[in-house]
Structure formats: structure tokens, C-alpha cells
Design a protein around this ligand. Sequence first.
Ligand SMILES: C[S@@+](CC[C@H](N)C(=O)[O-])C[C@H]1O[C@@H](n2cnc3c(N)ncnc32)[C@H](O)[C@@H]1O
Length: 270
Amino acid sequence: MPPSLPDNPESNAPDIDRVYAEAKEAISPFVFNHQVAQVFDDMIARSVPGYALCHEVLSLITNRYAQPGSLLFDLGCSSGTSTKVLADFSPTTCKVIGVDNSQPMIDRCQITLRNLIENDRVALSCQDISDTDLTGASIIVLNYTLQFLPLAIRDQLMARIYQSLLPGGIVFIAEKVTNPELDPQQAINDLHLDFKRQQGYSELEIAQKRSALEAVLIPETEFAHHQRLAQCGFEIPQTLTRALNFIAFMGQKPRTNPKLTSHQSGLDSR
Ligand SMILES: C[S@@+](CC[C@H](N)C(=O)[O-])C[C@H]1O[C@@H](n2cnc3c(N)ncnc32)[C@H](O)[C@@H]1O
């Protein structure tokens, strides 16, 4: 069923996504430009199954793991949905930093989070994640963002995230995942297409957007994600939500340095 237009044009309902509704002569690679920023909230909610659930779980994680006085980062913050969850569910002594390299997205976010920015709970930065100093963070979020970064820099970024986190800090990640070796993946992909149809997207919109995302959104397997986190030193990498081909998972930096021997950490002197 196609989404209905808001009754009240003055309401806060996001603009309806029609970016790929008309046939295009050539499909250029997907970018987070002004046109996308304008309809982003509608686009992501109708394209990503489990989007709301991911943010519900993020609220629980924030409530439990945000350390008073620390920084919380939302890398690839877009219009600020995860940024707002971090601010709403953390101690007021925490500062939330939303980072995005798309100026139209940051402009949009600035409007959505105006109150939190005025109250100094949130700051936004238009820059590349690779240039962001993450020191002093107790939670770092990458919701549906890692998949847009070149594969070659993902290991390095995750190692830096691990190093920057405070002891006991959390990395929380949501991603589209793939498993090319499994037949059921085909069924899952088909169900994802059904999800988009049910959200009102036409076959033309689905086909054009898929082609725009082809070389831009590079999904990995769930195993590759868990393995990367484990290799960096994160404890208990685990999947927290799953909706068709989208998952959210987390890893925790140990509270004590696991590389220290009991002698070095002073445990044997008790
Ligand atoms: C799918 S959106 C993220 C959605 C958002 N986290 C949420 O929960 O609604 C991906 C975002 O990552 C941003 N992005 C992609 N590559 C980036 C990079 N290298 N540095 C900073 N932001 C980046 C894009 O501009 C886009 O806004």
C-alpha cells in the first residue's frame, strides 16, 4: 500500500521519497545530496526492515553503557535519528557528536536536533569519519554507514575505534549483510524486495535505486563483521537484532587491558 500524504502539510511528517520515481536516462551512483537529505527519513524507514527496532535496542545500550562525562559518537549521523537516541538515553554529562561528510545531511540534522544543539547536548561535525578524533568515547555508533565506506579502510577504522574507546566502551553497528554461499540469501533478498513493494515503492523505483547503489553500498557477511571486531580485541561481538538482510551488532572493549599479565595489572598483589 503506498504511503499516504500527511493530512496536515505543517506537520513534522518527512517528505515522501520520490527520488527514483521517474525513469532516468542514466543512473548515476547514489549520493547523499540535497534531494536525498530532503526525504531521507521516509526513504530509510521504507527501505530498511528493522530500522525502528535498531534504534529501540540502541536506546537500551545507551542507557546501560554510556559513561558519565564521556563522548558518544554517531558516525554517519544523516538526519540525526541515532544521535537523538544517544542524547535522550545518556546521562546529561555526556556530549553527543554527530559526524557526516554530507553538508545537506548535516543541514537537515541541524534542523531536527535544534533544541539538543542549543542545550549543548549535541554537536555536529561535517567531516569524513576517517578524520574524526574519537578519543574519550564510551559509545561509538555506525548505523548503516560502514557499508558505504571503501572495504580497504574498514579494518583500519575499526582498529582506531577500538583504540579510542574508553575501557568498557561499546561499538554499535547496523548493516545490510550478505551471504553469497547460502541459498536462503536469495529468499531473504526476495523478501526485502517484497518489503519495499509493501512500502509503496514501484518496480521502477526499486530497480533504479538498486542500480544506483550497486558499487556504492558494499555489504559484508555477518561472520566478517564479527571476525573484524574480535580481531580488534572487542569482547563478545554479537548480533542484537535481525530483520531479513539487516542486522545490528555490538562489541565491547574489555574493562581491563587483556594484554596485561596478572603481575602487570597488580592482581597478584592483592
Ligand atoms: C545510511 S546513512 C546513515 C543513517 C543513520 N545513521 C540513521 O541511523 O538514520 C549513511 C550516512 O553516512 C554518511 N557517510 C558516508 N560515508 C561517510 C564518510 N566517509 N564520512 C562521514 N560520513 C559518511 C552519508 O553521508 C550518510 O548520511
